[in-house]
Design a protein around this ligand. Structure first.
Ligand SMILES: NC(=O)c1ccc[n+]([C@@H]2O[C@H](COP(=O)([O-])OP(=O)(O)OC[C@H]3O[C@@H](n4cnc5c(N)ncnc54)[C@H](O)[C@@H]3O)[C@@H](O)[C@H]2O)c1
Length: 274
């Protein structure tokens, strides 16, 4: 049963070569969504390609540096040519570098904002243009009363609560900038039936977490103490919220919001702090 009403929709997912992006692709393919997967890596992971045969959906991989406007424009044009329409966007690509504020380099500021903020902006803008075109092709200038498309940004627990275990002011500010897009875009795009929200994951075991852990071997142990369940999250534990946000049947009245999914980490004075 297509209870989510996502069958045959096309979702553009950035950062799809691993971590949360790949988990979102798997979850959406399992409800019969077609996947346009963007990432900067040259070869897509096998797990992504296998979604075709596992679920009988269309999956195409596009190598793209999302911080480049020309690459994003060219790739989204190819996505439209391949899939005809775009219904959903999930901006999961992101980077982080742990650097004390006092010594944060220009390179970190430029690169982190280029990928996390500008990249999410450019992909969403290119996809939203297509969504508006699709809307107007069916409804003309009539203002939407119902939702037909959705954009999801990935922010972070870091924008809700600072962790003493990390020095990531630059990353946090870039994610706050991403969250800053949600309300104004939700307002600007509502007339075209497009909802805009962000998901703020808590500490989750992915390649990003593993590379932070390499620099700081105690980091995961610290984060484990900070959640109410004594462990950090798994990518799968973010997919329910994402599917819900994508489904106009389930969350059609939800727009302009940030949803924090963090195993309770930001809701208590955790034992690690006592
Ligand atoms: N893992 C966590 O604990 C956590 C917590 C909060 C927020 N987040 C956010 O969730 C999102 C996914 O994180 P993750 O943990 O899966 O990270 P990850 O490092 O496992 O995956 C990120 C993906 O983004 C891709 N990418 C990087 N730069 C790119 C670029 N310029 N163009 C296109 N793709 C690019 C990478 O190749 C990678 O596949 C990120 O935005 C991250 O900031 C993660």
């Amino acid at each position: 049963m297509d209870s989510l009403n996502l069958k045959n929709r096309t979702v553009v997912i950035t950062g799809c070569a691993g971590g949360l992006g790949l988990a979102f692709a798997e979850a959406l393919a399992s409800v019969d969504c077609n996947i346009a997967a963007l990432d900067i890596v040259t070869e897509p992971p096998t797990a992504l390609c296998q979604l075709r045969s596992a679920h009988g959906v269309k999956v195409e991989y596009y190598k793209c540096d999302i911080s480049s406007r020309s690459q994003v424009s060219e790739v989204i044009e190819r996505v439209v040519a391949d899939f005809i329409s775009i219904n959903l966007v999930i901006n999961a690509a992101g980077i982080v570098q742990d650097e004390p504020f006092l010594w944060t380099s220009d390179h970190n500021i430029e690169k982190t904002f280029a990928v996390n903020f500008t990249g999410s902006f450019l992909v969403s803008q290119a996809c939203a243009k297509q969504m508006v075109k699709q809307y107007q092709g069916v409804h003309g200038e009539k203002r939407a009363e119902r939702t037909e498309a959705a954009i999801i940004f990935i922010a972070s627990i870091a924008t809700h609560i600072a962790s003493s275990a990390q020095r990531i002011s630059c990353y946090t500010a870039s994610k706050a900038a991403v969250r800053g897009l949600v309300a104004p875009l939700a307002a600007e795009l509502a007339p075209y039936g497009i909802r805009v929200n962000s998901l703020s994951p808590g500490y989750t075991m992915t390649a990003m977490m593993q590379s932070l852990q390499k620099e700081q071997p105690d980091l995961v142990g610290q984060f484990e103490k900070e959640t109410m369940f004594g462990r950090i999250g798994l990518p799968d534990e973010l997919t329910g919220a994402t599917l819900w946000m994508c489904s106009d049947r389930l969350s059609g009245w939800y727009t302009g919001q940030d949803m924090l999914v963090d195993g309770g980490a930001s809701s208590w004075k955790h034992p690690a702090a006592l």
